[in-house]
Design a protein around this ligand. Structure first.
Ligand code: ADP
Ligand code: MG
Length: 251
């Protein structure tokens, strides 16, 4: 193909906003000649290159804005260390069908057993499956909800309402004031049956009323919505944080 023709093709790819295909056109043409690809094979290769690059970008942008902690993937979770976690159950949640069905997941257990790790690992899977995800600690969420209250049309509030999945980490470390508990109730109510939540907590459901300014009615109302379409997983076992320390003591 003449150089000028290639430039014309590049210009069209540019107009179609296919920058990666434009950039790789020369290489892909060479590859198709080398590999003796049929014409539709070249077309496939060109479109796939653009689609794969876009997908990679979408995942990395979403990961960046999600607030998910780095490195906590399901692949790096040592299921053998924590036998109370059913690997099959987590793998079935990782298909993200529960997000499609707008259901919730509650992860309970003492500190260090991997609640945050599993929640974050599921969050990464969700992004890879095309969902939008926000990861936030309860304290940070309350802070943002207070700001949203002052500025109801702000982008942050919209993001929290619209994300397919919001992961609220560390529910239970600090009791909420009545005003904060009301804000959290409002948040859970708005998302109820519209989108999914993953909640991690070191407190069992029975202990939740003490978290909500000892307002048992409010705690029951929050739990009612959270648990209506929900999976609950209780992790019991050793803290992974103390794993090496225990080895040290044995020595
Ligand atoms: P929790 O949220 O239950 O307090 P985390 O998920 O934060 O616990 O886990 C504490 C640390 O230990 C994190 O760095 C996490 O990545 C790691 N961790 C916990 N459980 C496992 C596990 N089974 N396999 C690998 N790393 C783990
Ligand atoms: Mg945690």
């Amino acid at each position: 193909m003449a150089v000028t023709d290639l430039e014309a093709t590049r210009a069209m790819l540019e107009r179609l906003k296919m920058p990666i295909a434009r950039e790789r056109l020369g290489d892909l043409l060479e590859e198709s000649v080398r590999e003796k690809l049929a014409p539709h094979g070249l077309l496939d290769l060109l479109l796939k290159t653009e689609i794969d690059a876009r997908e990679e970008k979408r995942v990395s942008v979403n990961l960046k804005f999600s607030g998910l902690p780095p490195g906590m993937t399901l692949e790096s979770f040592d299921f053998a260390f924590q036998p109370s976690v059913d690997k099959n159950r987590i793998e079935s949640l990782a298909t993200c069908e529960f997000i499609q069905r707008k259901e919730n997941l509650l992860l309970f257990g003492p500190p260090g057993v991997g609640k945050t790790h599993i929640a974050a690992g599921l969050g990464i899977k969700a992004i890879k499956n095309g969902f939008t995800v926000i990861f936030v600690t309860l304290d940070k969420l309350i802070e943002r909800l207070k700001l949203d209250e002052e500025n109801p049309q702000g982008a942050s509030g919209r993001r929290h309402r619209r994300a397919h999945l919001v992961i609220v980490d560390e529910v239970g470390y600090r009791p909420l004031t009545q005003a904060e508990a009301n804000l959290f109730f409002g948040f859970v109510s708005k998302r109820y049956e519209n989108s999914s939540l993953i909640i991690t907590s070191n407190k069992s459901v029975r202990e939740w009323s003490s978290l909500f300014a000892s307002d048992e009615v409010l705690a029951a109302a929050v739990l009612d919505r959270l648990l209506h379409h929900a999976y609950a997983i209780s992790i019991s076992g050793r803290s992974y944080r103390l794993k090496d320390k225990e080895v040290m003591f044995k020595d």
